[in-house]
Design a protein around this ligand. Structure first.
Ligand SMILES: Cc1ncc(COP(=O)(O)O)c(C=O)c1O
Length: 369
């Protein structure tokens, strides 16, 4: 493995210091929740090694929601670990993978670290970041071990519909390869949610977590789902070699949250909708940024219009150091510097609006005269 730190992690806001940021639009999750707000009871918890696959009662709840059995679910330390397990289980040096680009950086970097041959399915602003299934078809060869997609998509917030998902799954089956679908943002869809993709075929692995929709990234609780028993055995072997089990504390918090998920998630959904409306109104009233309107998640990926002559390094410097506003940067996603990832549901609605207006002010100062 050739490990290399990714710009998105090197420049993460937690490294810069939350106390130095007034308007934090760089996050890709809902507001971090406080333990005391969740009404949990943890005192009787026995701090043993847990079930190797993960707390059975939690796996059962996750399985029920997607129409699976608990044995189809493997709990992991965040979606990040699930992605790592899948990538390292499928790929060796020189194996071929097709991965969507842009993407959550790890989905691209781990195959590279393995030394895999990576083909990119480029999602272009001009196409509304839509997936071109013919282009995907062309990229998959007889040697392709894995296709890796993310929906709702990070950083753009775009979605595919159920027919497109079924067509992708049919393509993957026809070609004899496998699909990894990163569904980490699935609960934050503005359109009807897609089915959990692993339901459609035993050649699909679905991955998700508690981090984004529920604002619980600190418990590092994620999972992968597959109906393929042989694959699940390999994934379990990988997990056991990495960490044996999850933290039982994390599992218990996730389990108790899930038991009252509907009640706890309802206000989250309302806040995301409210912030999305603020963002939409803002976008309609300015002529500096252009965007593809997101259909889910809590991030979008607008760009500064090409007719604006601007020094992007100066823009980010002013935005952060003068206006204490932090946004995701184009290079985090290997995209042009004019792209910004705006997370619209981590900071308060007031800070969101203030941060958005600060973007316009920073553009004004950073314009080349
Ligand atoms: C699409 C996507 N997948 C996976 C992750 C990893 O999340 P976690 O490990 O916190 O569950 C992220 C985090 O930003 C993400 O955006």
């Amino acid at each position: 493995m050739l490990y290399k730190r990714m710009p998105i992690e090197i420049e993460a806001p937690e490294g810069f210091g939350y106390e130095n940021i007034d308007c934090n639009l760089s996050e890709s999750s809902f507001t971090d929740q406080r333990l005391s707000d969740l009404g949990l009871r943890l005192d009787d918890l026995v701090l043993l090694y847990g079930d190797h696959k993960g707390k059975p009662e939690l796996r059962e709840l996750i399985a029920q929601e997607g129409g699976f059995s608990a044995d189809d679910v493997l709990l992991t330390s965040g979606a990040a670990m699930a992605l790592f397990i899948v990538a390292t289980s499928f790929l060796n040096k020189n194996d071929h993978i097709v991965v969507a680009k842009t993407n959550y950086a790890t989905n691209i970097e781990t195959p590279r670290a393995i030394g895999a041959k990576v083909s990119y399915l480029n999602l272009r602003f001009e196409d509304g970041f839509q997936l071109d299934i013919k282009a995907l078809d062309k990229l998959i060869t007889k040697r392709t071990k894995l296709v890796s997609l993310t929906y709702p998509h990070n950083p753009t917030g775009v979605l595919i519909d159920e027919d497109q998902l079924k067509a992708i799954v049919a393509l993957v089956e026809r070609k004899g390869t496998y699909l990894l679908l990163d569904e980490t943002y699935r609960d934050m869809s503005f359109v009807p949610k897609l089915p959990v993709a692993a339901r459609l075929s035993d050649r699909v692995i679905s991955i998700s977590s508690m981090s984004k929709s529920y604002g619980l990234p600190g418990i590092r609780m994620g999972w992968l789902i597959s109906q393929n028993k042989a694959l699940m055995e390999t994934f379990l072997a990988a997990k056991e070699q990495i960490c044996i089990t999850n933290s039982v504390v994390d599992e218990e918090i996730a389990f108790q949250y899930w038991q009252k998920k509907e009640q706890l998630f309802a206000p989250v959904r309302d806040t995301i909708q409210k912030n999305f409306n603020i963002l939409k109104t803002f976008m309609a009233q300015q002529d500096v940024l252009e965007w593809v309107e997101p259909q889910g998640g809590c991030v979008c990926f607008p760009r500064i219009k090409s007719e604006i002559d601007i020094d992007m390094a100066k823009f980010h410097d002013i935005l952060l150091n003068q206006y204490a506003t932090y946004v995701g940067r184009g290079h985090w996603f290997e995209a042009d510097a004019r792209y910004l990832r705006i997370g619209y549901s981590w900071d308060t609605s007031e800070k969101l609006l203030k941060g958005l207006n600060n973007i316009l002010k920073a553009v004004e100062v950073a314009k080349c005269k």
